[in-house]
Design a protein around this ligand. Structure first.
Ligand code: NZQ
Ligand code: ZN
Length: 390
């Protein structure tokens, strides 16, 4: 058990009708606000008008950047950083899903430097020492971007999709109103559930001596996703389901579950290479990869973790043989992703071609070893990709 620092300083307004506090929170950071959003869902739902109503009441001057793409592009980040500089923006207000939030984080950092924002993510890895303050209004429960300091940005020119964490990009305040997720489609709800599940599994699957309390916490989060994602898909305006998913998305990745675990992630680096080339939905890629990765890593040295997972999360009979429990746990997880959530189950179905496996595998492990639950070399990752077609 390693020592750790607990420090998650994001103020969260959770629940319905909390937007009445938006104006006062923004005003703490200044008068000039850059409102960022995606392809228009916030206009269709009426949220855009509600936001402007609050900023008007608080006497704020609002500038806008619309059209942030799913798998957000570096060009959107560049535009936002430039607006911040030109208009002397005091605070950024990101309204949307993870893509809008992630792009806004890098705009806020880009506004504080002279160099190109891609330098934060390219091999230059420019330091992120400052960022303008960010406030978020979340509309999709999935990535946890509302409560973490990370973001993932795509560069179509270089076919890269790269993530980075930096404390200055942590939102100051996040508004989590589950009713704002009522309009999320069943498909995006399913992808969000798969993403949250993966965030937990990436940390949970770890052979270090851990805090038992954190494992129980993660098992509770996973059971929450398994219980409520199908409810939210069938009854989009079920408050209890949406609220449980929303708060789970934040806690799956806000750093709390890591505790003293020093665990490199495995499926996320692989998935980012799929999205980089094929622009597929992040949660869908993770759903296809995760059960195959688990299958590939299962052996006598790792089986105990699968037993714990299968028994505690899926209620598999602990009297069965460990290997049988482990295999059954992977089967149950696959069943959850592909039958309950209805996500496509193979690379072939989503158009990912085997000719790209070598380059995607090579980039996943940066030409060396992808550390994690089981260290993976390029040939291991290629094999996992092949299994995604079986
Ligand atoms: O763009 P709009 O019109 O808003 O539509 C979006 C988009 O088409 C729509 N949507 C969002 N809220 C909605 C809604 N539609 C109806 N009603 C609402 N209330 O949903 C679509 C997907 O949105 P997006 O923001 O792309 O989804 P998500 O939240 O899953 O974000 C995915 C991005 O986050 C990154 C992923 O790689 C991907 O680029 N991640 C960020 C992480 C982080 N910051 O820590 C960690 C994750 O592992 C992940 O990598
Ligand atoms: Zn993710």
């Amino acid at each position: 058990m390693n020592s750790f620092v607990y420090d998650i300083p994001v103020k969260v307004y959770f629940g319905e009708n909390q937007l009445c506090h938006l104006g006062e929170e923004l005003a703490k950071y200044g008068k000039r606000v850059l409102l960022t959003y995606g392809g228009g869902s916030i206009k269709r739902t009426g949220l855009y008008d509600a936001i402007l109503n609050e900023t008007r009441k608080a006497g704020l001057e609002v500038f806008e950047l619309a059209g942030i793409e799913p798998n957000p592009r570096i060009d959107s980040v560049r535009k936002g950083a430039q607006i911040c500089k030109d208009e002397k923006i005091d605070v950024l207000l990101a309204v949307g899903g993870g893509s809008t939030l992630d792009a806004t984080k890098f705009m806020a950092a880009g506004a504080c430097v002279e160099h190109d924002a891609w330098d934060f993510l390219s091999e230059k890895w420019a330091p992120i020492e400052k960022a303008l303050p960010i406030i978020t209004v979340l509309t999709l429960a999935a990535t946890g971007s509302e409560m973490d300091s990370g973001g993932v940005i795509s560069n179509p020119e270089t076919k890269d999709k790269i993530g980075r964490l930096a404390p200055p990009m942590l939102p100051k305040v996040s508004f989590l109103d589950p009713t704002l997720t009522y309009t999320v489609s069943p498909y995006q709800t399913a992808c969000g559930a798969a993403d949250m599940m993966s965030h937990i599994l990436e940390v949970y699957f770890n052979m270090e001596q851990d805090l038992y309390m954190l494992d129980c916490f993660m098992e509770g989060l996973m059971k929450t996703i398994i219980k409520y994602a199908p409810v939210a898909m069938k009854e989009p305006d079920n408050y209890e389901a949406r609220a449980n998913l929303m708060w789970t998305s934040s806690w799956a990745i806000n750093g709390f579950v890591n505790g003293g675990k020093q665990q490199a992630w495995s499926c996320h680096p692989m998935e980012h290479e799929l999205s980089a080339i094929y622009d597929i939905t992040h949660g869908l890629g993770l759903a296809i990869l995760t059960p195959r990765w688990m299958e590939y890593c299962l052996d006598e040295t790792t089986v105990s973790k699968y037993v714990q997972f299968g028994v505690n999360v899926f209620g598999i009979d602990p009297a069965l043989e460990p290997m049988a429990i482990a295999r059954e746990s992977i089967k149950r997880l696959s069943n959850f992703f592909f039958n309950t959530l209805g996500l496509k189950s193979t690379f072939g179905e989503v158009g990912i071609k085997s000719e790209d496996f070598p380059v995607m595998a090579q980039k996943s492990c940066a030409g060396s070893i992808l550390p994690g639950f089981k260290p993976l070399a390029q040939h291991d990752i290629e094999r996992i990709f092949e299994m995604c077609n079986e």
